[in-house]
Design a binder for this molecule. Structure first.
Ligand code: 9MR
Length: 434
């Protein structure tokens, strides 16, 4: 079953709302519509394992080839571009109407031996980058949604990775060069910077942010940022602070960048216990909430869909069960929990409590989203009076101008002022002396 990711229903509710009681504050808000891009990274097995195929096409409207587009697979021998496998995976995605995240052009991982063996020499490396980006980007022009032009340039402390051969040869300038060449050979496809955590406001995200600002100021085209989000559950690890991550996402969004969650998974340290599975559910749900809260977030891609093909780097050899589906392709409870967040988001927000004192009305809302608030419109139809406000907390206090029966409409909004989800309406009688 392909989950319904469209937000068309929301447009309809919105126009009804506009037609009835809308006020000036809400008219200032812009509305987001369209479809969410949700999908997974895919392995080559997708070409042969039909059950896996069904699972992927049933779930995704965007996919990321997990390795076929990487340097070592495409240009194993210098100057000999072999797109055999990559083309098959891309064709599979296109035939099944799924967008493709092109991953990745310039990364210190998955390099062929000949690149690793090159002398540390700026001009040589520049040539190699030019040829590789030209070859790959031109070949797929018009066929991919975006490119992860540069992947994982920084370490967790925010230093440029000194083991990276591009950095060693060219210094930091390799990042700018990569984006400029990618743009030169494809001025249409979106260009992304993609990296791992920590994902809050940290030394690492500050360094990435500063670099992107610097490049944008120089006129380099960067359209988006990818946050990988490989999360882990184990006894000694604190849950990621999603409020902090949301603030980080927001500052990148405010640069005008599109945001993708590019490699979401939540691995559980062995032994896997019911307690840890619960924490995994929470982590996936928070990721989805985060994704739905920030209007610039356009794609949510998991790094694999079934535990059958889960891939663990060396540092995660002791982890298991990271995916939404088990190794028999059955949805796990974590899958249902993530989908329930999408469903909740399509429903009106929940009013936990309402109280009136005099002409003052207080609503306590159950807040589902990060960095969001509420637009409130309160109208007395018979007397033709109305009041509006916007609040950035889960407690709404609003005062009625006169006694009367008010229709109150409460709409979740993003920090941008865009509507998120659908409104709740509530009728309240204000009688001084309440
Ligand atoms: O999952 C990918 C694995 O199949 C490859 O062998 C490996 C090397 O190419 O890369 C893995 O994907 C990595 C991704 O490209 C970048 N972020 C970390 C991912 C692995 O956790």
């Amino acid at each position: 079953m392909k989950p319904d990711f469209s937000t068309e229903g929301l447009d309809r509710v919105r126009s009804l709302f506009f037609g009835s009681i809308l006020c000036i504050v809400l008219l200032c808000c812009s509305a987001e519509s369209g479809s969410l891009l949700i999908g997974t990274a895919i392995n080559r097995q997708v070409l042969t394992d039909t059950s896996y195929q069904r699972l992927v096409t049933g779930f995704s409207n965007i996919v990321t080839p997990a390795y076929d587009l990487k340097f070592k697979h495409i240009q194993k021998i210098r100057g000999v571009f072999d797109f055999t496998h990559a083309d098959k995976v891309v064709a599979y995605a296109r035939d099944n109407h799924m967008a493709i995240r092109g991953h990745t052009l310039i990364w210190h991982g998955a390099l062929p031996d000949w690149v690793v063996a090159l002398p540390v020499h700026a001009d040589t490396m520049r040539r190699v980058m030019f040829e590789h980006i030209e070859g790959v980007v031109s070949h797929y022009r018009g066929n991919v949604y975006c490119w992860d032009v540069v992947n994982e340039a920084f370490d967790t402390e925010g230093n440029l990775n000194v083991k990276n051969p591009y950095f060693r040869a060219m210094g930091k300038s390799y990042i700018e060069y990569a984006f400029r060449i990618a743009d030169q050979f494809d001025s249409e496809t979106k260009l992304f910077y993609n990296d791992y955590g920590p994902y809050g406001i940290t030394k690492k995200s500050d360094a990435v942010y500063a670099t992107i600002c610097e490049l944008l100021d120089k006129g380099v085209r960067i359209d988006g940022i990818g946050f990988q989000m490989h999360l882990r559950i184990d006894e000694n690890r604190e849950m990621e602070k999603f409020t902090d991550i949301a603030r980080n996402f927001k500052r990148f969004a405010m640069l005008g960048l599109e945001i993708h969650i590019t490699e979401a998974d939540v691995s559980i340290s062995k032994p896997v216990t019911p307690e840890k599975r619960k924490l995994q559910i929470r982590a996936y749900q928070e990721m989805m909430r985060l994704f739905l809260s920030i209007p610039a977030c356009k794609a949510f891609v998991t790094w694999g869909l079934t535990d059958k093909y889960a891939w663990f780097p060396e540092s995660r050899k002791n982890y298991a069960e990271p995916s939404l589906f088990d190794s028999l392709y059955k949805p796990k409870p974590v899958y249902d929990s993530v989908m329930s967040v999408i469903e909740q988001f399509k429903k009106p927000p929940v009013i936990e409590n309402m109280s009136i004192r005099g002409k003052q009305i207080a609503f306590i809302m159950r807040t589902l989203l990060y960095e969001s608030g509420y637009a409130i419109h309160m109208a007395e139809r018979e007397k033709g009076i109305s009041v509006s406000d916007v609040v950035w907390s889960d407690t709404i206090l609003i005062e009625a101008p006169r006694n009367g029966v008010y229709e109150v409409c409460i709409w979740p909004i993003a920090y941008t002022g865009s509507f998120l989800g659908v409104p709740v309406t509530y009728t309240v009688q204000v009688k001084e002396g309440n």
